[in-house]
Design a protein around this ligand. Sequence first.
Ligand SMILES: Nc1ncnc2c1ncn2[C@@H]1O[C@H](COP(=O)(O)OP(=O)(O)O)[C@@H](O)[C@H]1O
Ligand SMILES: O=C(O)C1=C[C@@H](OP(=O)(O)O)[C@@H](O)[C@H](O)C1
Ligand SMILES: [Mg+2]
Length: 185
Amino acid sequence: MTSRPAVVLTGFMGSGKSTVGRALGALGLDFVDTDAEIERRAGRTIPEIFAADGEDGFRAIEADTVRDVLATSRGIVALGGGSPTVPAIREALTGHHVVYLEIGPDDGYERVSGSDRPMLADPDPRARYAAILASRVDAYRAVAAQTVDAARPVAQIVAEIIEGLPNSGWTPYRPSDAPLQGENS
Ligand SMILES: Nc1ncnc2c1ncn2[C@@H]1O[C@H](COP(=O)(O)OP(=O)(O)O)[C@@H](O)[C@H]1O
Ligand SMILES: O=C(O)C1=C[C@@H](OP(=O)(O)O)[C@@H](O)[C@H](O)C1
Ligand SMILES: [Mg+2]
């Protein structure tokens, strides 16, 4: 049993951190989405937190929550897209198996357009999406141990992440691992 999360997912909004994290977790580990954990702790939605406390207020809650989750999770953790921009979170990510789900501005925007993500509340959300993504790419790469092309089906992304796990990492349960009846007789 590792003493850390098996996988920590980073990447921009729409790269599929929450979706891929859930799919990885379904293979046999706990899954924590730090945004969901923020909402649970605050008793407010992320748009409500941004509206009341601004982005700085949200980042402060995010820093506390992510640090706690990294210290306690032994499973799959999906971060919010802005986590690697927060110095305290970057520091806390040191030594973790961080996987960067890489998505381009067109593919990524198609997935989140029309959502209520507060960072995209702008008269030109497509341009804002591209601008924030460009400003964060270096931060994602800096924290990542593995980079995966996220513009592909979820099953392929999951398979590539499993292949990239360090030896000491989690070995997912696959039904094909189970001995066939009568195999050893
Ligand atoms: N690999 C994928 N292929 C197609 N659609 C995807 C993929 N990954 C995520 N999505 C869809 O994109 C949207 C955003 O995904 P989500 O997991 O919330 O991203 P993130 O947590 O990185 O912001 C969701 O509607 C989800 O179903
Ligand atoms: O990129 C960002 O700054 C944010 C991304 C969101 O998470 P997802 O990346 O899961 O959409 C959420 O944490 C918040 O709205 C801020
Ligand atoms: Mg998410």
